[in-house]
Design a protein around this ligand. Structure first.
Ligand code: URA
Length: 282
């Protein structure tokens, strides 16, 4: 089958980006053709799989937990913020964020260090693609934003290599309060925050969810199987039991990838992400 020019450029761009950013020399399988890498075409290529860019929402007023009086206190607002008038998804996400901040009963709330912020999530309220990680680390809790530390830098590269941008996807975690010393959240801690994650998913209604790492994948798929067994295959996630399934692709957490930065692991992650791109393009 002949690829049209725009698609050819996109494929070339992905090839070059993958090589440059992830260090994996893999041509997208979906291309179905032998490609000659033409960097100029790749660099100037139009680049994104789909047009997004609607309301970008985030931790508009990420809250710091002030342990001296136990009450949340407002902190610096992040640039970006909810989309304009009529941004129903963004308004709904903001409602959920405020509800979570005020009412979430997680045991993690009492374990926060002074100044730590709740990391609710950010991105487009109408994103086709949603990433769900484990929980905020130190940098995330300092800034009130998901995936902004070293693992976040790698996630950003993955997002760009996929032809998206941070503003066109939605990024969150199963827990929004930082677990002490970055430990894995317990099942009780995950369960306490789960209703808010479900509400976020119902608000955004992504076409595809990528679960980053074992904690997110195991919780969302209600399984004890490890990430190595789960990744690379499509699963169905049901935000509500009687509702519609959302395709979910588990993959290695970027922090794991940084620790085990082997060609094999990078290829696996890139192959998972290519599957995701293919699904979104269907
Ligand atoms: N790791 C996660 O799982 N989430 C973040 O937001 C940052 C690091």
């Amino acid at each position: 089958m002949e690829l049209d020019e725009a698609r050819r450029r996109r494929v070339l761009r992905q090839h070059v980006m993958t090589d440059q950013l992830l260090g994996v020399q893999a041509v997208p399988i979906s291309a179905g053709v032998a490609l000659q890498v033409d960097e100029s075409a790749a660099v100037e290529g139009e680049g994104s799989l789909s047009t997004h860019g609607r309301g970008v929402v985030g931790n508009e007023s990420a809250q710091a937990i002030d342990r001296t009086d136990g009450a949340p206190r407002p902190s610096v607002a992040r640039a970006g913020g909810a989309g304009g008038a009529g941004d129903v998804g963004g308004a709904r996400l903001e409602q959920i964020r405020l509800d979570h901040e005020a009412h979430c009963q997680t045991p993690l709330r009492d374990l926060q260090v002074p100044g730590a912020k709740i990391v609710f999530g950010e991105g487009s309220a109408e994103a086709d693609l949603m990433f769900v990680g484990e929980g905020p680390g130190q940098t995330e809790a300092e800034l009130g934003r998901p995936f902004v530390g070293r693992a976040g830098e790698l996630l950003d590269k993955m997002i760009v290599a996929m032809g998206f941008s941070r503003e066109t996807v939605y990024i969150t975690n199963v827990v929004k309060f930082r677990p002490p010393k970055n430990r894995t959240p317990t099942p009780q801690e995950i369960a306490a925050e789960a209703p808010y994650l479900i509400d976020q998913i119902l608000a955004v209604q992504p076409k595809v969810i990528v679960a980053l790492g074992g904690a997110a994948a195991k919780y969302m798929l209600d399984t004890t199987r490890g990430i190595t067994a789960l990744r690379g295959n499509w699963h169905e996630y049901f935000p509500v039991p009687s509702g519609q399934a959302i395709p979910l692709m588990p993959t290695f957490h970027p922090a794991f990838l940084l620790r085990q930065y082997t060609t094999d692991n990078r290829k696996k992650v890139w192959s998972d992400l290519q599957e995701v791109m293919r699904k979104i393009g269907e």
